[in-house]
Design a protein around this ligand. Structure first.
Ligand code: NAP
Length: 330
C-alpha cells in the first residue's frame, strides 16, 4: 500500500505530480486544518506532511499518530512546535539557502520602491497625472551611499549586505546574536547593539526568524529611536514587530516610510491602516515567490520528505535531536 502524504497550501505542480506517482498524496488548500473533516481523516493515516505555514502544534500532533516528518516549503519554521515534534520523535525540515538571493532581491526591491516612491508614482502616471506627480512633494530619497542597518545578519541578511555594499555603496551596520568577522571584512560592515543601529541607520531592515526572543522586537521604543527620515523594511515575519506601533510611528512622523512583505496577520485585514498610507509599500509575503525558486523549494522539501518517510536522515533537519533516538539499537 502506498504511504499517505498530506500536501498543504503550496507544493509546485510538477513536484506534486511526481509525489503522487509514488505516494497516496492528498492536497489541501484554503481549509481550516483544525476542523476540516477530510483533512483530519487523512491526518490520522499520514506519514508525512509537506507544505507551507501549517500550524503544527500539540493538538494537531495528537491527531497524527503515524506521522514521521513535517517538511516545510520555507526556510522560516515558526509554524512548527519543534519541542512537541521532538517529543514525538517526528522530524521537521525546511528549505534554507536556495531562496536566499530571491528574498534579498525582493527586500532590495521593496527598499528602493519605498525610498523612490515607485508604486505611488506609477499610480500617478497610469491615471494621466504625470505633470502633478513630478512636484517636489513627491520626490523620494537616495538609496546609494546611505546607512543600511540589518537586524539578523544570516543568509538573507548577508545577501542584502552584498547588494547594498557592492551595488549601492551603502555603509552597513548590523546586529545579530553573534558577530560575523567575515561579513565585516567582506562588506565593510560594522557590528552594533540594537539601539545604536536604530539611531544611526537611514534604512532599517529586519531579517531575523520569528522566535520567542524576536517576537515584538521592534515596537514603540525602537521606532522612536530611529531617525525621523528613516525607512523601515520588514522581510522577516509580521510578529517580529508591534504593528500598531508601526502605524503610530508612521502616522506621527516618527519615521518616514515602511516597506513590508509580512504582516501580523496574513492575509492582513483589508482595513489595516498600513494599506491606506501613502508612505508604505506593501507586498503579500512573496519574498521567495519566483517561479524558479518556488520550484526549487518544493523539490528540496520533497527530497526532505522522501528521505524522512523512508527512515533516512533528511538534508535539512531542524530538530537533529530526534535523529540519534531513531537509531537506538539499529
Ligand atoms: P538565518 O541564516 O538563520 O539567519 C537568521 C539571522 O537572525 C542570524 O544571523 C541570527 O543571528 C539572527 N537572529 C536570530 N535571533 C536573533 C535575535 N534575537 N536578535 C538578533 N538577531 C537574531 O536565516 P535566513 O535564511 O537568513 O532567514 C531569516 C528569516 O527570514 C527566516 O527565518 C524567515 O522568518 C524570514 N524569511 C522571510 C521570507 C519572506 O518571504 N519574506 C522568505 C524567507 C525567509 P546569529 O547568526 O548570530 O545566530
Amino acid at each position: 500500500m502506498k504511504k499517505k502524504i498530506i500536501a498543504y497550501e503550496r507544493v509546485e505542480k510538477p513536484v506534486l505530480k511526481d509525489l503522487q506517482k509514488k505516494y497516496d498524496v492528498q492536497f489541501f488548500k484554503n481549509i481550516d486544518p483544525t476542523t476540516d473533516p477530510e483533512f483530519l481523516k487523512q491526518l490520522d493515516q499520514a506519514e508525512g506532511i509537506i507544505g507551507l505555514d501549517l500550524n503544527v502544534n500539540k493538538d494537531l500532533l495528537e491527531k497524527a499518530p503515524n506521522l514521521k516528518i513535517v517538511s516545510n516549503v520555507s526556510v522560516g519554521h515558526n509554524n512548527l512546535d519543534i519541542e512537541q515534534l521532538s517529543k514525538r520523535n517526528i522530524m521537521a525540515t525546511n528549505t534554507p539557502g536556495i531562496l536566499t538571493d530571491t528574498v534579498a532581491d525582493t527586500i532590495f526591491g521593496l527598499l528602493i520602491a519605498t525610498a523612490r516612491r515607485i508604486p505611488e508614482l506609477d499610480h500617478f502616471v497610469k491615471n494621466g497625472e504625470w505633470v502633478q506627480s513630478i512636484e517636489p512633494e513627491h520626490f523620494g530619497i537616495n538609496v546609494h551611499h546611505k546607512v543600511l542597518g540589518i537586524i539578523g545578519m544570516g543568509r538573507i541578511g548577508q545577501a542584502i549586505a552584498q547588494r547594498a555594499h557592492f551595488g549601492f555603496d551603502m555603509d552597513i551596520v548590523y546586529h545579530s546574536r553573534s558577530r560575523k568577522p567575515e561579513v565585516e571584512e567582506t562588506y565593510n560592515a560594522t557590528y552594533s547593539d540594537l539601539d545604536e543601529l536604530l539611531s544611526q541607520s537611514d534604512f532599517v531592515c529586519l531579517m531575523t526568524p520569528l522566535t520567542p526572543e524576536t517576537e515584538r522586537l521592534i515596537g514603540k521604543r525602537e521606532f522612536q529611536l530611529m531617525k525621523e527620515s528613516a525607512i523601515f523594511i520588514n522581510g522577516s515575519r509580521g510578529k517580529t514587530i508591534v504593528e500598531q506601533d508601526l502605524i503610530d510611528a508612521l502616522t506621527n512622523g516618527e519615521i518616514t516610510a515602511a516597506g513590508l512583505d509580512v504582516f501580523e496577520n496574513e492575509p492582513t485585514e483589508t482595513d489595516n491602516p498600513l494599506l491606506k498610507m501613502k508612505n508604505t509599500v506593501t507586498l503579500p509575503h512573496i519574498g521567495s515567490s519566483t517561479h524558479e525558486t518556488e520550484l526549487k523549494m518544493s523539490e528540496l522539501a520533497a527530497t526532505n520528505l522522501e528521505k524522512g518517510i523512508h527512515g533516512e536522515k533528511p538534508p535539512n533537519l531542524i530538530n537533529p535531536d530526534v535523529w540519534p533516538d531513531k537509531h537506538k539499537g539499529s
